[in-house]
Design a protein around this ligand. Structure first.
Ligand SMILES: [Zn+2]
Ligand SMILES: [Zn+2]
Length: 479
């Protein structure tokens, strides 16, 4: 498939510049680190006990040269020094532009408590091998993967999770302008339930509500505390269609993924009736998709109210008769994929649909032909496939190759295998399937929006201007 050269050139340029930007950023960070280490050696640590110590002197020189603040200079020095002294193998890969600065920041933050040089070497080698595939992942997912890595090699990191648990709190503090900041550290499972509660309330308004989704979440906080089932819609219409909407209460479901050994270990913890004895090997932690790993103790707390469902083995799954996948198949696909499979998309399992890669009924309802797509990308695939559209091909190990309208291809691997290697097992190979070409003009059959994006924007601006006008009319400025 050929693409319009005029347009493709810009895509190429954007991609090339991204790589150039990563190389340049890496070179800057490494140079800052080299400068700091060399200059501090030169200074001979003779000011270590003074307020203006070697570090401050170096930061002052670097900040002046680059025209950046002391804070930014300190960040650069810390990043460069940690890269060079703690992560030399990863530094090589980073220097070549293979890893984004965003990923480096998460890595340095999450690895900060590692002290054993031998363990550092193991983690360094693993990061050098794995981190280049993390650029498209969210910060949270990168953090989860690093924690997963550290939990396996350093028991102290597990204790660090317990430390954090002891420090749990929830605070409401004024930040001025009539606003407060709500912040805290809470148990991941409780946080997931809180998140779903706020989310459900924020969705009880009609599409004409002028607030952004983020603002509606913030406005739902008192409703949540008062155990209300809805928030007031601000559309201003007499006959608001959302008047009867109610958020479901007391029925949030959170999914936790854990290996059998992990569940057995949690069942053996105090407070749990069945004692299965000490397991031979320290089991992996459990995973709360979208919220990170949780410890065996946290899992033990959840077990009394939990329903345990084994995830089916790939070998037990075959083609199913209907369009709707069985729960067994949906569980397998959900655990294997964890997030939307579109390149760069990080939408979590709970907000995704199961898509038939080759449309049903031509392609079967089968693990090798089903995967997660979030709603928008599911619609793009469904209504914009065929010649000149988006086309995807699924491999038995869950790898997905997506071809864009311009003929370029993108490959994504399922996230579940990053945490649980047993999901790298291939499901059955499906032969080539002939499908009829899509009906012309079919993209017009896709669901409609109630207002165009331009109308939405105009509406929000008009709404805010009207509020300002009313405020000025009520309290005119002295001219
Ligand atoms: Zn409304
Ligand atoms: Zn998506």
């Amino acid at each position: 498939m050929s693409e319009n050269r005029g347009v493709g050139v810009h895509l190429d340029a954007a991609r090339d510049q991204l790589l150039a930007e990563r190389v340049a950023v890496a070179a800057k960070v490494v140079a800052a680190g080299r400068f700091a280490l060399a200059r501090m050696a030169e200074l001979g640590h003779r000011c270590e006990d003074l307020i203006v110590d070697d570090w401050e002197l170096v930061a002052a020189e670097l900040g002046a040269e680059l025209g950046i603040s002391r804070g930014r200079a300190c960040t650069l020095i810390t990043q460069g020094r940690d890269l060079l002294t703690r992560l030399p193998a990863f530094a090589e890969v980073f220097g070549g532009g293979a890893v984004d600065l965003r990923v480096l920041r998460v890595i340095l933050h999450r690895c900060a408590l590692l002290t054993d040089p031998d363990i550092m070497t193991i983690v360094d080698a693993q990061l050098a091998a794995d981190a280049p595939s993390w650029n498209a992942l969210s910060d949270e997912r990168v953090g989860e993967l690093i924690d997963w890595m550290i939990v396996e090699v350093d028991a102290v990191a597990v204790r660090r999770a317990r430390e954090t648990r002891r420090r749990r709190h929830l605070s409401v503090a004024p930040v001025g302008d009539g606003m407060v900041e709500i912040y805290g550290v809470v148990d991941a499972a409780k946080g997931a339930v809180f998140d779903q509660g706020v989310e459900a309330l924020a969705r009880t308004v009609c599409p004409h509500d002028p607030r952004t989704h983020a603002q509606r979440r913030a406005d739902a906080v008192d409703a949540l505390a008062l155990r209300a089932t809805r928030i007031a819609c601000l559309c201003g219409q007499q006959d608001c269609p959302a008047a009867g909407n109610e958020a479901p209460s007391g029925q949030f479901v959170i999914h936790v993924l854990a290996e059998q050994g992990t569940v057995a270990a949690a069942q053996g913890r105090p407070g749990q009736s069945g004692n299965t004895g000490a397991p031979a090997k320290t089991p992996r932690p459990a995973l709360l998709p979208g919220y990170g790993p949780i410890t065996i103790d946290q899992l033990a707390d959840l077990l009394p109210a939990a329903r345990i469902r084994p995830v089916p083995e790939a070998a037990d799954l075959g083609a199913e008769l209907g369009y709707q996948p069985s729960r067994k198949l949906a569980d397998f696909v959900g655990c294997r994929d964890l997030t939307c499979r579109w390149p760069g998309c990080t939408m979590a399992l709970a907000r995704c649909d199961i898509d038939h890669t080759t449309p049903w009924p031509y392609g079967p309802t089968h693990p090798s032909n089903t995967k997660l797509y979030c709603r928008i990308q599911h619609l793009i695939k469904t209504f914009h496939c065929g010649p000149g559209g988006w086309n995807d091909h699924q491999h038995p190990d869950g790898t997905l190759t997506l071809t864009a309208p311009n003929g370029r291809t993108y490959t994504t691997k399922p996230d579940g295998a990053l945490f649980f290697p047993q999901f790298t097992v291939a499901t059955a190979e499906l032969g080539a399937i002939d499908i009829p070409p899509p009906i012309p003009g079919r993209e017009r059959a896709a669901p409609k929006r109630s207002r165009t994006r331009t109308q939405n924007r105009a509406y929000r601006i008009a709404h805010e201007r009207a509020l300002n006008r009313a405020a000025i009319a009520a309290d005119p400025p002295p001219f």
